[in-house]
Design a protein around this ligand. Structure first.
Ligand SMILES: Nc1ccn([C@@H]2O[C@H](COP(=O)(O)OP(=O)(O)OP(=O)(O)O)[C@@H](O)[C@H]2O)c(=O)n1
Length: 419
């Protein structure tokens, strides 16, 4: 059946408009048109797997209405049918959630065959049809939408059931690392990033997607330091604190991985001693598995290794401070990373339940002060001095190191701790 060519705004833009939220992306679906028609109109073809075009001026995305059928496992196992015969309803039916399957025509009328507006009003995340299962990344999208909109959004029981089946069929294992990370990165930028992981836990998929977090469940911690409960509860409170304080996604990431070593230390020794060191290779393997950028990997590993040192920063000797701030963090060259670490450590101290959430963390101020003093330290003059004293080779480096440690000593002695 041929249909008149019509264009509709769809997906996130319609959803966000109904929620009264500004949305950057505008996605359109075109029915009744062929790819040739789009090209003749001057649109630029961009879709590799799907017939998607860019508007020549606005650069918004225009996709031909399409039906997708799963023919094999994994992301590429699709057959796509697109073209003039595919209806708007067909296209909306293959989308993930009812709230994302509302279209708006050129006159502003809404086309909502799956009652997405009802679900929006009632804060329900519900799959549109069983086609939901065809793209398991949608499980992560659900968790991400909850991290954005809030935990008071409910996942419909039928959708929960469908996700159980997706897991049972092993489909989650076919998710490519890049797609898991892309959703996770977006989630870390949401207002309540911790809700992303809480939701995955509620959906019972954390063990497949984030085993490093799933194993934290029921790992006990000394109640005098951790009244909040097990390592999992603590980790998500730390992440929550980072969100509540408006810290960046990088700091949130550091908060997320700071205690990755606790489960393994507990399994090996029955206590959590040295979990900081034990966590380093686990954070590394986690980042490599999900192809997480090196910048975050390094921050995560350094945070795992050093977070207890930050808590004890006032007791540390200048030598140890040197090792942490200069050798480990290269903080003079990369100050941002050290500052993110200090923020994550503050969240670690405060992410321990209601009673401790507002306790002061003067360690962060002190760490920032030390960094500022080290930034004033003139390393070039120290090198010059070493040369004048007739030192050469590694002895020059030793001299500069000693001078830097001396600078830390002076900074320590002159620091006045705010009341
Ligand atoms: N795995 C996916 C990804 C996207 N979509 C559909 O494509 C639309 C646009 O996708 P995208 O721009 O990735 O997400 P948004 O829903 O716009 O969400 P966000 O605000 O996070 O960009 C979605 O609304 C949804 O209808 C889908 O069904 N399944």
């Amino acid at each position: 059946m041929t249909q008149a060519i019509k264009t509709y705004l769809v997906g996130g833009a319609v959803r966000d408009e109904l929620l009264g939220i500004a949305s950057q992306d505008k996605d359109y679906v075109v029915v009744g048109a062929s790819a040739k028609h789009m090209l003749d109109q001057g649109y630029l073809a961009v879709g590799k797997d799907f017939p998607v075009f860019l508007h020549p001026k606005s650069k918004h995305e225009y996709a031909l209405a399409r039906i997708e059928r799963k023919i094999d496992k994994g992301y590429t196992g699709f057959s796509v049918e697109a073209g003039a015969q595919v209806s708007l309803e067909d296209d909306l039916a293959r989308r993930d959630l009812t709230i994302n399957a509302i279209a708006k025509d050129e006159n502003g009328s809404l086309i909502d065959p799956f009652n997405g507006q009802n679900d929006l009003n009632n804060k329900i995340l519900r799959h549109v049809t069983d086609a939901f299962s065809e793209d398991p990344v949608r499980v992560l999208r659900i968790a991400r939408f909850r991290a954005r909109y809030g935990k008071n959004w409910q996942i419909h029981p039928d959708t929960h059931e469908l996700i159980k089946q997706i897991k049972a069929k092993g489909e989650l294992e076919y998710l490519v690392p890049e797609r898991i990370w892309k959703e996770t990165e977006k989630a870390l930028n949401e207002q309540q990033a911790h809700v992303f992981f809480e939701t995955l836990e509620e959906l019972d998929v954390l063990d497949v997607l984030f085993p490093e977090l799933a194993v934290m469940r029921n790992i006990p911690q000394p109640p005098e330091h951790h009244p909040e409960g097990d390592v999992f509860v603590h980790t998500l409170l730390v992440l929550k604190r980072a969100c509540d304080l408006g810290f960046s996604a990088a700091t949130r990431f550091a908060a997320l991985c700071h205690d990755f070593g606790k489960p393994i230390s507990h399994a090996k020794q029955g206590n959590l001693h040295n979990h900081e060191e034990a966590g380093v290779p686990i954070v590394e393997a986690f980042c490599e598995r999900l192809r997480i950028p090196n910048k975050l990997k390094d921050l995560g590993m350094l945070t795992s290794k050093n977070h207890l040192l930050s808590h004890r920063i006032f007791e540390l000797q200048a030598k140890t401070l040197y090792r942490m701030i200069i050798e480990d963090f290269s903080a003079v060259k990369q100050p941002e990373r050290f500052l993110q670490f200090l923020q994550a450590c503050q969240c670690d101290a405060q992410g321990r339940g209601e009673t401790l959430v507002n306790r002061p963390y003067p360690q962060r101020d002190f760490g920032e002060y030390l960094l500022a003093e080290l930034q004033k330290f003139d390393a070039k003059s120290a090198v010059q001095e070493a040369i004048e004293k007739g030192k050469n080779g590694p002895l020059i480096g030793d001299w500069v190191r000693q001078r830097t440690i001396a600078c830390i000593k002076v900074a320590k002695a002159s620091y006045i701790r705010p009341e």
